[in-house]
Structures are given as structure tokens and as C-alpha cells.
Ligand binder design. Structure first.
Ligand code: M6R
Length: 604
């Protein structure tokens, strides 16, 4: 789940590599490193710990009058702890081959054992190191390209690798089930896990396909290393814009992104209305679809749960929601009239991508995705883009509300196509959605009150989040936000389920957050609030401005404006995001880069 960045050419490589790696830091940030090949040989540098890219790259030349080759890496540890030895690039015994890797080599233990018997000495605990030693083994008998090819065909699992050898002027990049993009700008070449890392310099890109390798020197050759046939090398012009990654006046990306939500909902709604409702080319499957399966992970999976409520209620089309990681391995029964929709901010989450690939063999696949040009964007039959802009904070916030906006409009569109609701009713729904940004602003205007409430969480070890109906997924999302950024253990539950176990945990030491807005579950959840109160629980309740009942019982309340129950989650999630943010901040946590996490989970 790491970021790879390589450059072959002339220029200020300190700046090029620094910016490239910083753009890729969302993929992992526990250590970083580079290998530089110049006339004076191979230079390898590594740094351990978060936020070390600037320090690492300060040893790189600024004046780029010579043609250089550099490969670099920002790591999210899978095999082996965060140590100097385990950071990339990994080297062979002779320290002549340097390689960076993203992915997991499943059969690395067997390969390592046999290479050790042949005399290779390993210094890291990584799966990656077997690749360098395998290439070292073959390079004694074969040309560089051939040796790399031979090594790669022995690997099982998913990988993107970029490798250099001191005796060859070229750099080889290769991938299988893990993305790699090659960029060209005149005589200069880039290779990266995400084209965004070099978009500032060029928009001419080739995305490597599975089991392909690119040999980069003064030009690029694309060769298969697996069963693929050799393909024509065609650089495409991509329309992505290098996203602005600045915090502006905000202390953290997470806070900035929470505050961007009114704008994000507006632009996402505008985009979906234009592309889905007003375009004349809706995919035919929409009229014929008999079942929808929504797949995703983490926050995107929570969006899927809400999508299920919206789509089933509005369009009557049955929906199933699955964790992508489970769906991909359970050989799901799918027919031609099924539609699988992957939900993903990054478009690169390994499990969601694999689920999409699996589904594509049997039915149509769509994606709801925030990153044009991402792997999911490229393999889907149709993409509904969220217009959230780059989301940098590891905790997903604005991408979630953008996903809900898309799902809501998609549900309405489907309802229209299935002749379940009239245009007049759709217009009422859309009008209500258009009022959401202003209501979001009202909640954001109350952030100081939420910051005060977060004080209560400081010494706590556990929290329970409860909601019903449309607010149950929000309870899950609120709990996920709190745990991932503040490290307080939090559980989200359907409020009525509480009696079947979690109620045993209730005491003064565990805050219970109720999402008790006035929707069709209001009377029911009132009963659950009473049950917790009767057991001495400490209640923090999200209520509507007009609420009278819950306000009397709860210890603390957070008011939110009213709207229809379908889009109330767009409002109720915001105080929970803020609560997590302020709690984490007060506990001294790194909110934008929480420990052990990465923004994009590109390994399974
Ligand atoms: O990029 P994706 O939406 O596919 O990512 C899915 C999850 O990894 C992501 O939502 C994760 O759970 C976030 N850290 C949640 O804040």
C-alpha cells in the first residue's frame, strides 16, 4: 500500500521527487527512501517515520544538468516493521539492483527459502526483497529485461515494481493488479503509482495493464511479462488537473475538508444532474436492472448502506450491500440483469477493485468514484463521479457526503426510469437537496459548541453510537471517525440492537451518542434513549432544532436543521466528524495521518 515515484531525465530532481512523493504520501507514510543512479554509481537513502520526505529529498541535486535515474518510495508496512532495513528501495546481495514495490508477494516465503539455500543473504523482513534477489539470480544468465521478466513470472500476488540495475541505463516498471502510470514530457519520463504525482509536468500518460512492463530509457517500450500480447504504445492525454493540496487557513486537512462539504455537495449534485438526468445517453442497463449490489470498504461501505435505503425506498429495485473484501472471495451469484456498483473515494482500494473485476466477468459494473483516471474509473462500464476534489486527510469526510449525494440522485434517476415517481416529485427532492449546503453551513457555524462537547470524551476509553433507519449507517460512520483519528474505541449499533448485548457496557464512563432526529424512527429511538438513561448512561444526542422530547433527557445535545429523512444523513454526519476531529486534537493525535493507517488501502 505504498507510493512509487520514479524519474528518468534532467531537471531539479530534488523538487520533482519531493513533490511526487508528497502527492503519494496518502498511500503510506511510515518511512521513505530513494535510489539514485548517476555516473558516480548507485546512491541509496532512507528515512524512518512520518513526515520525512522533505528531509529525505534534501540530499538530492537541484541543478539537473545531467540525465539521472531515480526510483523512490513512501511505505505503509505490510511485511516487517518500520525499520531502515525494511524501508524501500530493497537491494540484492551485490547492492547493484534497487527496487521499490507496492503490493504483496504471497509466495515470498517459499522463494526466500530456496534463494537462501542458493546462498542469497537477506537483510530485511519484507516480501519485496525476494524480487531483487530473484533478479540477481537471473541476471547472471540473462539480459536485464529478461531477468526481470523471469523473476516476475515466479511471483504470486499483486505488485507494482520499479527496478534499476547499475549496469544498465534503463529503468523497468511492471505491474500486476496494482496501478502504475508512465508519463512522458519530452526526453523526461516519470513512473508513479498515481499519475497525479507527475501531472504538474505532463498529461501524456500510459497506464500499464496487468502483467505488462515498461522499459524506460531514452524512450519507452511496453512488453508483456505474462500471458498478455505485446500492445501498441499509445500515450493518452488525460484530462485530470493537478489538485490543489493546500490547507489554506485551516490547521489540518481534515478540518478543511469537513468545511468544504457545502461546496462539494453543490458541485457533485450539479455534475450528476448534468451527466445523469440531462444527458441523452444513460446506460441501457439502468432501465433493465433487476438487482443492485453495492460494494465498498470503510466509509464507502457506510455510504453503500445508505444507498441501499435510498434506492430501495425510492426505486423499488432490491439492493444488497457487501464488504468488497468478502464479496470478492465468495463466488457471488450474479446475472446479466444485476448491476454491481463499487463505491470508492480513491478508485484504488485493492478489495473494491478486485470485487469490481470479479463482477465484471458476469454483469455490468459502475463506480462511484472521486478520482478520474483511477483503476476503478478505467475498468468500470460507467462512472458517477463525486466532485469532492482531492481528499488528503486519512479520515474520509467530504468524499462520504459526496457519495451520498450521488447515491441519492442515482436513486431518484432509477425511480424515474422505473416509472416509480413523477418528475414533479423528483423536482421536490432535488429542491430539498439544493437546500442542504446552507443547512450544512449552519451546523459548521456551531463547531465551537461541538468542540466544547468533545471535552467530555477526553479521558474516555469507549463510546457507543446508536441510530435507527437512515441514521444507523451514520452511527457506524460516527464511531469509525472517532476511533480512527482519536484512538478511542467506539462501536456503532442499530439502537434497538443495544438491548441484545452492548447495554451491558453502559455506565457513566461510556458516552452514548444517539442520532435521534425526527424521522420515521423518532418514536422508537426515544424508547432506546430512555433505556440508556434508566441505566445511568451519559447521553449526547443529535436532535433536530425543533426537538422537545430528547432534549429533556439527554445530558448534551447537538441540534441539526430539519430536512427529508433521505438526506438527513448529509447533515447528521457533520457534527460527528467534528466531534472526532476535536477529540483527536485534544488528545494530541495526528488527525491527518493517524497511526497505522493509510489513505488508500492498495493491498488486500
Ligand atoms: O478510497 P476508498 O473510498 O475505497 O477507501 C475505503 C476505505 O479505506 C476508507 O473509507 C477508510 O475506511 C477511511 N479511513 C475512513 O475514514
Amino acid at each position: 500500500m505504498c507510493g512509487i515515484f520514479g524519474f528518468i531525465g534532467k531537471g531539479n530532481i530534488q523538487d520533482i521527487v519531493r513533490k511526487g512523493l508528497q502527492t503519494l504520501e496518502y498511500r503510506g507514510y511510515d518511512s521513505c527512501g530513494y535510489a539514485l543512479l548517476s555516473d558516480s554509481g548507485l546512491k541509496v537513502e532512507k528515512k524512518i517515520g512520518k513526515g520525512k520526505i522533505e528531509e529525505l529529498t534534501s540530499s538530492l541535486p537541484i541543478n539537473g544538468s545531467h540525465r539521472l535515474r531515480i526510483i523512490s518510495h513512501t511505505r505503509w508496512a505490510t511485511h516487517g516493521r518500520v525499520t531502515q532495513e525494511n524501508a524501500h528501495p530493497q537491494l540484492d546481495c551485490a547492492r547493484e539492483i534497487a527496487l521499490v514495490h507496492n503490493g504483496i508477494i504471497e509466495n515470498y516465503k517459499a522463494i526466500k527459502e530456496s534463494l537462501e539455500q542458493e546462498g542469497h543473504r537477506f537483510i530485511s523482513e519484507t516480501d519485496t526483497e525476494v524480487i531483487t534477489h530473484l533478479i540477481e539470480k537471473y541476471i547472471k544468465r540473462y539480459e536485464f529485461e529478461e531477468a526481470v521478466k523471469k523473476a516476475l513470472t515466479e511471483l504470486r500476488g499483486s505488485f507494482a515494481v520499479v527496478v534499476m540495475w547499475v549496469n544498465a541505463g534503463k529503468v523497468i516498471a511492471a505491474c500486476k493488479h496494482s496501478p502504475l502510470a508512465i508519463g512522458i514530457a519530452g526526453d523526461n519520463f516519470f513512473v508513479a503509482s498515481d499519475a497525479m504525482a507527475f501531472l504538474k509536468y505532463t498529461k501524456k500518460v500510459i497506464f500499464l495493464e496487468d502483467e505488462e512492463m515498461a522499459v524506460i530509457d531514452r524512450g519507452v517500450d511496453i512488453l508483456p511479462f505474462g500471458k498478455n500480447r505485446k500492445r501498441e504504445k499509445v500515450f493518452q492525454e488525460i484530462s485530470m488537473e493537478p489538485g490543489k493540496i493546500e490547507k489554506g487557513d485551516f490547521p489540518h486537512f481534515m478540518l478543511k475538508e469537513i468545511f468544504e462539504q457545502p461546496t462539494v455537495v453543490k458541485s457533485t449534485a450539479r455534475h450528476i444532474l448534468n451527466s445523469l438526468f440531462f444527458a441523452n445517453t444513460p446506460p441501457r442497463i439502468i432501465k433493465e436492472v433487476e438487482r443492485i449490489i453495492l460494494v465498498g470498504c470503510g466509509t464507502s461501505w457506510h455510504a453503500g448502506l445508505l444507498g441501499e435505503y435510498m434506492i430501495e425506498e425510492l426505486s423499488g429495485v432490491p439492493v444488497e450491500v457487501e464488504y468488497a473484501s468478502e464479496f470478492r472471495y465468495r463466488n457471488p451469484v450474479l446475472s446479466e440483469r444485476d448491476l454491481v456498483i463499487a463505491i470508492s473515494q480513491s478508485g484504488e482500494t485493492a478489495d473494491t477493485l478486485a470485487a469490481l473485476r470479479e463482477a465484471k466477468k458476469k454483469c455490468n459494473v459502475f463506480a462511484i468514484c472521486n478520482v478520474p483516471g483511477s483503476s476503478m474509473d478505467r475498468i468500470s462500464d460507467y462512472v458517477l463521479y463525486t466532485k469532492a476534489g482531492p481528499e488528503i486527510g486519512v479520515a474520509s469526510t467530504k468524499a462520504f457526503t459526496a457519495q451520498l449525494t450521488v447515491l441519492y440522485l442515482f436513486a431518484l434517476y432509477l425511480a424515474r426510469e422505473k416509472e416509480r415517481i413523477s418528475q414533479q416529485v423528483i423536482d421536490i427532492h432535488i429542491k430539498e437537496l439544493q437546500n442542504i449546503p446552507a443547512k450544512m453551513e449552519m451546523i459548521l457555524g456551531r463547531s465551537k459548541e461541538i468542540e466544547n462537547i468533545s471535552q467530555y470524551f477526553l479521558g474516555k476509553n469507549n463510546a457507543l453510537y446508536l441510530g435507527r433507519g437512515f441514521q444507523f449507517p451514520i452511527a457506524l460512520e460516527g464511531a469509525l471517525k472517532l476511533k480512527e483519528v482519536s484512538y478511542i474505541h467506539a462501536e456503532g449499533y442499530p439502537a434497538a440492537e443495544m438491548k441484545h448485548g452492548p447495554i451491558a457496557l453502559v455506565d457513566q464512563e461510556m458516552p452514548v451518542v444517539f442520532i435521534a432526529v425526527q424521522d420515521s424512527s423518532y418514536q422508537k429511538i426515544m424508547g432506546n434513549v430512555e433505556e440508556v438513561k434508566a441505566r445511568g448512561g451519559f447521553i449526547i444526542a443529535l436532535v433536530n432544532d425543533e426537538d422537545r422530547e430528547v432534549k429533556k433527557i439527554a445530558d448534551m445535545v447537538i441540534p441539526v436543521p430539519e430536512t427529508s429523512q433521505y438526506i438527513m444523513p448529509l447533515l447528521t454526519v457533520i457534527p460527528l466528524q467534528l466531534l472526532a476531529y476535536y477529540t483527536a486534537l485534544k488528545r494530541g493525535c495526528d488527525v491527518d495521518k493517524p497511526r497505522n493507517l493509510a489513505k488508500s488501502v492498495t493491498v488486500e
